[in-house]
Design a protein around this ligand. Structure first.
Ligand SMILES: NC(=O)c1ccc[n+]([C@@H]2O[C@H](COP(=O)([O-])OP(=O)(O)OC[C@H]3O[C@@H](n4cnc5c(N)ncnc54)[C@H](OP(=O)(O)O)[C@@H]3O)[C@@H](O)[C@H]2O)c1
Length: 337
């Protein structure tokens, strides 16, 4: 049996429950039938004596926590007391203070609870600490969904660790693409941002996407994955929000486009996220919609390009389920079955 605690039941958390219900058989085949012991959101949660029923899980997937059941005033400690093997975390980021996210990850790992997360906060601010603690305690940390979600970029980067990478450049934030495209088309920046928020493409706090923090967090996680130990605090981040609209439109006339570009320079040990002019027809210049792109330059002169969709919630949840499968497979390999 695989004891699972759910933390966060918004778009991604609900989608994860749906995937778990649909794919439970895959875990059962490995001898790990899933058992959701409890679920927590910001205003309480639900837990029982044993596993939550499939009927309740289906309601959680459909309506979220508050629509599905009577919410009890429980906290993280209550979930931990149920001895879950793994916590599946899908809570909003908190890049400025790191809290409560960072404390939550520390507490889970300290209690030897493995984690599968879509939230970048902990790894963006304290990658080395969390991964180090997890290794020391034999705990699995699955975070494939944190970068490009629907297009697992981190397994590709992990597969390149034996090779020498010079640099990684990418367009990693779909909301910025959307807003810049609207501005190119004639909308003032303020109206483009408003439309993105209204259409729920941007977070209510647009500084996360357009200010560059989201892309910077992804870049930090990638940099650490390939051996550059940086934190979000060390990234040079420049916002798109201060850009002049005439400059963005004039760039198009000059055959280039302004994009929010994340750069990881492995040789200099530097990570940055800045608005940059890129050729309109090139890999970075042509990415649009909910697509992200990465260019990985290897020391031997070769280049690997990855283009694919980020999110949405359903694909993100499926990638989190892949992490869960990896966790179970590792347990089986380590003879902890
Ligand atoms: N959407 C995507 O496609 C996508 C892709 C990749 C990564 N992500 C990441 O996945 C995470 C979740 O995204 P989302 O779209 O599902 O967000 P969301 O719809 O806003 O849902 C967030 C959930 O987290 C809960 N929550 C907030 N603070 C909490 C706390 N301290 N303890 C426990 N639960 C808490 C919320 O509860 P309340 O309802 O009570 O506030 C809500 O259930 C984010 O970090 C996002 O960046 C999303």
């Amino acid at each position: 049996m695989l004891r699972i605690a759910l933390i966060g039941l918004g778009n991604v958390g609900k989608a994860f429950v749906k995937v778990l219900l649909a794919k439970a058989g895959e875990l059962a085949k490995l001898g790990y039938e899933p058992c959701v012991v409890g679920a927590l959101a910001s205003r309480g949660g639900v837990m029982g004596d044993g596993c939550l029923s499939n009927k309740l899980l289906a309601e959680l997937a459909d309506k979220g926590l508050y629509g599905a059941t009577e919410v009890r005033s429980i906290e993280l400690g209550d979930l931990i007391s149920l001895n879950p093997d793994v916590a599946v975390v899908a809570i909003p980021p908190s890049y400025r203070t790191g809290e409560p996210n960072l404390s939550m990850y520390r507490e889970l790992v300290r209690n030897r609870i493995s984690v599968v997360t879509a939230d970048k906060t902990g790894l963006a601010l304290a990658y080395q600490e969390l991964v180090g603690e997890a290794r020391a305690r034999g705990v699995y940390l699955g975070f494939t969904a944190t970068v490009m979600a629907g297009t697992p970029a981190l397994p590709l980067l992990r597969g390149l660790r034996g090779r020498s990478i010079d640099s990684i450049t990418g367009v990693l934030n779909a909301t910025s693409n959307y807003v810049l495209t609207l501005v190119e088309g004639g909308l003032p920046m303020i109206d483009a941002v408003k439309r993105a928020v209204e259409e729920k493409i941007a977070e209510p706090d647009p500084s996360i996407d357009l200010g560059g923090l989201d892309a910077a967090a992804k870049a930090v996680i990638m940099a650490n994955t390939v051996g550059l130990p940086v934190s979000l605090r060390n990234v040079e981040v420049q916002s798109l929000l201060n850009l002049n609209e005439a400059y963005i439109r004039d760039a198009v006339r000059r055959g280039v486009r302004v994009k929010q570009v994340a750069s990881i320079d492995l040789a200099k040990g530097r990570v940055s996220v800045k608005p940059m002019e890129v050729p309109a027809g090139g890999v970075l210049g042509s990415v649009s919609g909910n697509y992200n792109t990465l260019i990985i330059r290897l020391r031997d002169g070769n280049e690997i390009t990855l283009i694919g969709p980020t999110g949405p919630a359903g694909a993100t949840a499926e990638v989190m389920f892949s992490d869960l499968l990896e966790y179970v497979e590792l347990r089986l390999m380590m003879g902890k079955g």
